[in-house]
Design a protein around this ligand. Structure first.
Ligand SMILES: *Cc1c(COP(=O)(O)O)cnc(C)c1O
Length: 489
């Protein structure tokens, strides 16, 4: 790399900035919309790995062209694209260009959205976006929320609010309930908050992978009889495994009767509130005391963009408000003007925070909710199409039908052997990665290994889906043959 003379002010001149900016925009525009032409997964070779990892911290600077070239060669070539139209693994993140530009603005103007007087316009926009989201899922007037990095932090923060508001911080003998399909970040969040592992009671899910209300009621009664303090149900609206939604209305009734907190992890599924599915699958979501919503999953935002919503916005400041003398001038000023809810550093665990609401606001305004709604509905339709294609192909058993754009299935070997079906399915995602055309991942449901496809990218075509399933069937048949031909043992 060419060495550059020191630039003590840590800045480029105007022409360089333009050249670098235009070059990067060109790269992004060439990439966006052309993802389908790239292999969906990339492999990292040992040489590149060593090359990246062994680089010493540079004393002298280099030209931005050289560093950008190194990024393209070493980094970009070794990442999987979650916005690829044939990336069906985990929960894809299909992103959109407007939000990418909004992120550039948020960073470019270095907007500090923490204290109302310092970032007034940003705070108002974030508050507006939170209002929009609360309204979409039917939360009452006094509801509030905060943008955070992702579902992990939103769930952790929601559980912290529950602990503060219901327990006033006293965790002794408190019990939290969740099904065995709850995302692992619930257990991790509770651990971080200081709950002992046995304070999370995991209820085995029913045959539809939902939290069974009768079993939950029994567990609560048992715990009460044993002198424990049931305090929170952590339900899921759209499990990562199957897209199952826990029975929210019954859970809300139960929580109301028992005086429990209802936290709903809608990280993936809550976006379906934008559609007609709000009334059916997601009925009752508005009764959550706290709700996690990842806009980077199914509202087409680039990572990281998520929100925690709560029924009563004062709960956030009750949990996260603190005082710092060095901020008292700004504080006093903002209290008079707007109250606490726009001081976002008191609404969550971050003080310094960037303006992540900007990408949500800009993209929603540029595309409009009618387009967003259609794009989300497209996810439902694609999963239904995948299900019907899989059924028709004859090579697959549907394990859970299309739910919230997720379908799970298992390869069906000719002899119907369950152990072989598990082995083939288990190796299939590796075979898909090696093939590079499309990617889907596996999970475990009970003792079954299943493939799952999450079809929430609105730019996935019907042809993408057909070709993917054709290739997957062929890869499955190859694996079946290999495993049957392999010498036993
Ligand atoms: C993805 C997911 C999470 C974790 O959210 P991140 O945004 O990845 O931190 C939590 N719960 C559910 C149901 C999820 O799908």
């Amino acid at each position: 790399m060419r060495k550059m003379p020191p630039r003590e002010q840590i800045k480029l001149d105007g022409d360089e900035m333009r050249a670098m900016g235009y070059r990067i925009i060109d790269m992004l525009v060439d990439y966006t919309g052309a993802q389908a032409q790239f292999p969906v997964t990339r492999a990292l070779d040992q040489v590149t790995f060593d090359e990246i990892l062994s680089e010493p911290m540079p004393e002298a600077g280099s030209s931005w062209e050289d560093v950008l070239e190194q990024f393209e060669r070493q980094v970009l070539t070794t990442i999987d694209h979650l916005d690829h139209p044939r990336f069906f693994a985990y929960i894809p993140s299909s992103s959109n260009f407007v939000s990418v530009m909004a992120d550039t603005l948020a960073s470019g103007y270095n907007i500090f959205n923490s204290l109302y007087p310092l970032g007034t316009g940003a705070a108002i926009v974030e508050r507006l976006c939170i209002r929009w989201l609360c309204k979409l899922c039917g939360m009452p007037e006094g509801a509030g929320g905060v943008f955070v990095s992702g579902g992990s932090v939103a769930n952790l923060s929601g559980l912290a609010v529950a602990r503060q508001v219901l327990l006033n911080g006293d965790m002794r003998d408190a019990v939290i309930y969740a099904s065995d399909q709850a995302h692992f970040v619930i257990a991790r969040g509770l651990r971080i908050l200081g709950f002992a592992p046995e304070q999370l009671r995991e209820i085995p899910s029913d045959e539809d992978f939902r939290l069974p209300v009768a079993d939950l009621e029994r567990a609560i009664a048992e715990d009460k009889a044993a002198g424990k303090r049931p305090f929170c149900v952590a339900a899921t609206a759209g499990t990562t495994n199957t897209g199952a939604v826990d029975p929210l209305p019954q859970l809300a009734d139960l929580c109301e009767r028992e005086g429990l907190w209802l936290h709903v992890d809608g990280a993936y599924g809550a976006s379906a509130c934008v559609t007609e599915h709000r009334k059916m699958e997601l009925a009752g979501i508005e009764r959550a005391h706290s709700l996690t919503w990842d806009a980077h999953k199914w509202m087409f935002q680039p990572v990281e963009c998520s929100a925690l919503l709560v029924q009563d916005r004062h709960w956030l400041s009750a949990t996260f408000k603190d005082t710092a003398h060095f901020l008292s001038d700004a504080d006093a000023h903002s209290q008079e003007e707007v109250g606490e809810e726009m001081n976002f550093m008191y609404q969550g665990i971050q003080l310094t925070r960037y303006f992540r609401a900007l990408k949500f606001w800009m993209s929603v305004k540029v595309f409009g909710m009618a387009a967003m709604r259609q794009a989300i509905e497209r996810g439902f339709k694609l999963a239904e199409l995948a299900e019907s294609l899989l059924r028709k192909s004859g090579s697959w058993e549907i394990v859970t039908p299309a739910q919230l754009a997720i379908v799970t299935f298992q390869y069906k070997p000719a002899d119907g052997d369950e152990a072989l079906a598990n082995r083939i399915t288990d190796e299939l995602s590796g075979a898909m990665a090696a093939n590079g055309f499309a990617f889907a991942s596996t999970t475990k449901l009970g003792d079954k290994t299943v493939m799952r496809m999450c079809t929430n990218n609105p730019r996935t075509t019907d042809a993408d889906l057909r070709q993917t399933i054709t290739i997957m069937s062929r890869l499955g048949a190859n694996l079946e043959k290999q495993l049957l031909d392999a010498p036993a043992g």
